[in-house]
Ligand binder design. Structure first.
Ligand SMILES: [Zn+2]
Length: 180
């Protein structure tokens, strides 16, 4: 029981680091999702959602944290590493987790729309060459509160979340139009 409690404490400590990354995303006007990669007792990779700022569909927190860890460790096999992420990984990130041989994934909130670790599908249950361990619901309330707060603030600033997305998309398309 004591051992179990210790494992939970460690998981919560690193999830708080992932939440700090999520807060950086929120500050930049991005949907707050954060991730860290941990090896031993050291954080070797960090990432937060940068999809809008980088105008890149691949700029998810998990991919950026895995990229950071591979660069820092000088290799693509992260089999001694664990990943902590505030939201259940999407299929792209679950695929990257399998490919990088991450040992265990800890996530906070479930994602009913795109979650690929049990919500829509569980890619870690399929007979790929690597099956990461999975721990769900670490600081789930705080992780989903970060998302809810972000979208509530957007609504309070005017319009609803959908308008915000549309406005951003339009603004960017205009920016990209060639100027004569
Ligand atoms: Zn993703």
């Amino acid at each position: 029981m004591e051992e179990e409690q210790k494992v939970q404490e460690v998981a919560e400590r690193y999830m708080r680091e992932a939440l700090k990354e999520a807060a950086k995303a929120a500050e930049a006007g991005e949907v707050p999702i954060g991730a860290v990669v941990v090896k031993g007792d050291e954080i070797v990779g960090r990432g937060h959602n940068r999809r809008e700022g980088s105008r890149n569909a691949l700029a998810h927190a998990e991919l950026l944290a895995i990229d950071d860890a591979c660069r820092r460790l000088g290799g693509w096999r992260l089999w001694e590493c664990d990943l902590y992420v505030t939201l259940e990984p999407c299929p792209m990130c679950a695929g990257a987790i399998i490919n990088s041989r991450i040992r265990t994934v800890y996530y906070g909130a479930d994602d009913d729309k795109a979650g690929s670790c049990g919500s829509v599908v569980n890619l870690f249950d399929l007979p790929y060459n690597h099956r990461p361990q999975l721990v769900r619901g670490i600081l789930a309330d705080e992780c989903s509160a970060a998302l809810k707060d972000f979208f509530r603030e957007l609504r309070e600033k005017g319009g609803n979340g959908k308008n915000w997305k549309l406005n951003r998309a339009n603004a960017k398309n205009e920016e990209r139009e060639p100027k004569n």
